[in-house]
Design a protein around this ligand. Structure first.
Ligand SMILES: CN1c2c(nc(N)[nH]c2=O)NC[C@@H]1CNc1ccc(C(=O)N[C@@H](CCC(=O)N[C@@H](CCC(=O)N[C@@H](CCC(=O)O)C(=O)O)C(=O)O)C(=O)O)cc1
Ligand SMILES: N[C@@H](CCS)C(=O)O
Ligand SMILES: [Zn+2]
Length: 776
């Protein structure tokens, strides 16, 4: 007798109408008290759980968080308790966002997604003092909402908690000490009568996790002994299958899809075909895409049918990852994304796909469900790859020759990463423009005023390299999606990036094309107001792609190449307009498996070079990386051939710049000196210490003229009241350390500081750029 069941492994935490975001921000602004926040959170989670029950999901993961799920499991590890009630909220948010005298905990990219988790703080000294009351309360609320037999607790697993922690320490012994804490949780859950517990262990997808096999086996044997069925959930890629299936647990939920794009497909199905799946376990088949938005129940049904032949009747249909990576509900779109010939599925629709797939397989008619029609994407798949000439990837002169021709700086030149506060007034203007209450002309004038304000502020603060402030960009990726052909966008397609911050990833539906300049007007406006250099501001091709929903009929490489060609034309137009400093951002979608990284890095770095190589030697290409560890991809960073690298640095304690210094990285570096995700204003003394520490780690052998001083990332999430004193202190700190170096006679600029002269040359445009850029 076939038993195909259905389950979820996570759901959007924002609420169908962004209730969670609004409640959090009202609480932080002081217009809401703790009770109101907790009440709003309870409403959001209950709505989400009931929505899953209504869709017919049998086992509902009790996902819910005030800020981040990795942060809320800390109470089991001996770290300060996380939110046992209203009184502890300030501690919880201090950990997440910082508070006076207490810097925020480190934040990091969650695997290869655009979600950011708070990094667990664990080391040898950590003494688990388990307090699971929060999670247990959540389970009780879940049982009330959807019934005992459907409410399934989910918890970040001990290996993952340890794997996400930074630093090198004896993880093996701490895992052994964490096991009893988790065993205690399982006993308490069993008392509540839950059907099973989901233990999320995404760390087991990572290369190198084979080394965890013995420790994991011991830990899970101890947990299994409690007697509560355990479902280990491993998402984001295929997994270290051979030893994972041996773990003594009742069920394994695996990701059958892997990264979105045409590379679609993990090796999970092949692993099962090759090695089999133990009869004693239940498989959670993650066949509905948890992080793509194309509806494709047909593919899922066929996958499950093929598994059934291998596995027999006992299966469970699930999503490949938590649905937190897709928007809540397509029905919220007043106008469904226009021109989309293919059906879309957001989280609510994906619940229907899970249930529908189970029904189709039971009905033995999986073939009857049509798969996503790839032929309906516009354009030939990617219009590429065609062989592009090698010189399109090479700047005319190598770094060592071109750097002296570029703008020269004083020691510790000060700058910012691009965005300035996105104020309510800016957002109101944009909304008025969208609703037709402001004309295009009026909207542009408003934005011009904001740009003028940003330039005036930066001049007054004494910054050395300026930016226009990005007021016209709702989001650094969505903005380009709106300007480029081949993209569609949503009105309500919010996806959590971190805490209360959300993005609307644009959707690639066809070949990407640029119909005209996208950023030149704003650059010209800004540069026209100052004699200091203004950076042109582009988002890099890989970043745009990683933070979009890619099409399914072309590889990510093909899509990145199209984006790179569009950005290349923009670089050409920016430099023709006189721009001498340019900033595309690259963000890795580095595969979790080491064996796939080289190939990825080849095309990702290639896309960056393709976008920027048309820049004349005099143009300084700045790139920016935030919230990612890149110690293990240093050669790729070097191969990007940028002139300046700005990086998020302040929360991770110089780890990255120490790595850069260690490899003798020769180019200009701008290590972040303060955390932009915290409302705390850093003091001059603290900032000066940060700057001095760059010399201590031996960065650029102490050549201060090439060590730029900037915040970790853009300032769009901050208020002017925070930005003004923070930047004032940052500039003062740079000047202080500059003066100290001068007094100690340690200022030996290798070349004279040259004043900045914006370039005025249309003639040079045709000489250096037109040919390669316009005839790709
Ligand atoms: C740099 N980062 C980014 C990442 N990914 C991106 N796609 N973009 C990024 O910048 N990843 C890593 C990091 C950190 N991440 C973020 C992510 C998100 C924000 C952020 O500030 N998000 C805003 C939403 C921004 C936005 O698009 N706003 C719209 C307004 C939309 C809206 O709410 N409209 C209302 C009315 C307007 C109003 O009254 O406010 C409506 O329509 O009803 C806009 O500006 O037009 C957020 O608030 O979450 C920052 C860093
Ligand atoms: N220029 C962007 C980069 C963020 S990663 C900004 O400043 O917001
Ligand atoms: Zn950044």
């Amino acid at each position: 007798m076939a038993t195909i069941s259905t389950c979820t492994i996570g759901f959007p935490r924002i609420g169908s109408n962004r209730e969670m975001k609004k409640a959090l921000e009202a609480y932080w602004a002081g217009s809401n008290d703790a009770q109101a926040l907790l009440q709003a959170a309870a409403g959001v989670e209950a709505d989400a759980w009931r929505c899953q029950a209504r869709a017919g999901i049998q086992l509902i993961a009790l996902d819910s968080t005030l800020y981040d799920h990795a942060l809320q499991e800390r109470s089991a590890t001996g770290a300060p308790a996380a939110v046992p009630g209203a009184a502890a909220l300030p501690v919880y948010f201090a950990m997440a966002r910082g508070a006076e005298g207490a810097p925020a905990c480190d934040m990091s990219k969650h695997f290869d997604s655009n979600y950011h988790h708070i990094v667990p703080e664990l080391d040898e000294q950590s003494e688990p003092r388990p307090d699971w009351s929060l999670l247990l309360d959540r389970v009780k609320r879940g049982q009330e909402a959807v019934g005992r037999e459907r409410a399934v607790p989910m918890v970040v697993g001990p290996s993952t908690l340890l794997g996400l922690a930074r630093g090198s320490f004896d993880r093996s012994s701490l895992l052994a000490r964490l096991a009893p804490a988790y065993a205690q949780l399982l006993r308490q859950l069993a008392e509540l009568g839950v059907p099973e517990v989901q233990i999320h262990e995404p760390i087991l997808t990572m290369s190198g996790s084979e080394g965890l096999a013995a420790d994991c086996a011991a830990c899970y044997a101890e947990l299994a002994a409690v007697g509560l069925p355990i479902n280990i959930v491993v998402a984001y890629d295929d997994e270290t299958y051979k030893w994972l299936v041996e773990l003594p647990v009742a069920a394994l939920s695996l990701d059958f899809l892997g990264v979105p794009g045409a590379e679609y497909g993990s090796s999970t199905a092949q692993h099962i075909a090759k090695h089999g799946f133990p009869k004693s376990k239940r498989l959670g088949a993650g066949v509905i895409d948890g992080r793509g938005i194309w509806a494709d129940q047909g593919q899922a049904a066929r996958l499950v049918a093929s598994l059934r032949a291998l596995l027999g009747e006992e299966q469970r249909i699930a999503t490949s990852t938590s649905l937190q990576h897709v928007p809540y509900d397509l029905a919220a779109e007043e106008v469904p994304p226009a021109g989309l010939a293919r059906p879309l599925a957001f989280a609510v629709q994906k619940l229907g796909e899970v249930v529908g797939t189970a029904a189709a397989v039971l009905g033995a008619a999986p073939g009857a469900i049509p798969a996503l029609d790839l032929a309906a994407f516009t354009g030939a798949p990617g219009g590429a790859p065609r062989e592009l000439p090698a010189d399109m990837f090479r700047r005319p002169e190598p770094y060592a020759e071109r750097r002296p021709k570029q703008v020269q700086y004083p020691p510790f030149p000060t700058t910012t990463i691009g965005s300035f506060p996105q104020t309510p007034a800016i957002r109101r203007s944009r909304l008025a423009f969208k609703k037709g209450r402001l004309s295009q002309e009026q909207y542009r004038e408003k934005m011009a005023g904001e740009i003028g304000l940003c330039i005036g502020v930066q001049e007054a603060l004494g910054l050395d390299v300026l930016v226009h402030g990005e007021p016209e960009r709702s989001d650094m990726v969505e903005y380009f999606g709106l300007k480029l052909g081949g993209y569609h966008f949503t009105e309500q397609g919010w996806v959590q990036s971190y805490g209360s911050r959300y993005v609307r990833p644009p959707i690639v539906t066809g070949d990407i094309s640029r119909s005209g300049p996208m950023t030149v007007h704003e650059y010209e406006l800004a540069q026209g107001l100052t004699s200091k250099p203004v950076k042109g501001m582009l988002t890099g091709p890989v970043t745009i792609l990683q933070w979009s929903f890619p099409r399914r009929d072309a590889t990510r490489r093909q899509q990145a190449e199209q984006l790179a060609l569009a950005l290349r034309d923009e670089v050409a137009d920016l430099q023709a307009a006189g721009c001498r400093v340019d900033e595309p951002a690259l963000r890795e979608g580095l595969p979790l498996k080491a064996g796939r990284r080289d190939e990825y890095l080849r095309w990702a770095v290639g896309a960056f070079r393709l976008a920027t190589a048309c820049a004349m030697p005099e143009v300084q290409v700045v790139t920016h990386l935030c919230y990612s560890d890149f110690a293990d991809i240093m050669p790729a960073i070097e191969a990007m051939d940028a002139d300046v690298l700005t990086i998020e640095n302040s929360r991770s304690g110089n780890e990255m710049i120490a790595a850069l210094a260690g490899t003798g990285y020769p180019r200009d570096v701008g290590p972040g000196v303060y955390d932009v995700h915290s409302p705390v204003v850093p003091t001059v003394g603290w900032l000066a210490d940060r700057i001095r520490s760059f010399l201590e780690v031996g960065l650029l052998e102490g050549d201060a003229c090439r060590i730029h001083v900037n915040p970790d990332c853009g300032l769009k999430t901050r208020r002017w009241e925070e930005v003004l004193p923070s930047l004032r202190n940052m500039v003062a700190a740079a000047h202080l350390v500059r003066a100290e170096l001068a007094a100690a006679d340690r200022l030996r600029p290798r070349r004279p500081t040259t004043p900045y002269k914006p370039h005025s040359g249309a003639a040079q445009r045709s000489a250096s750029c037109a040919a390669p850029c316009c005839a790709p």
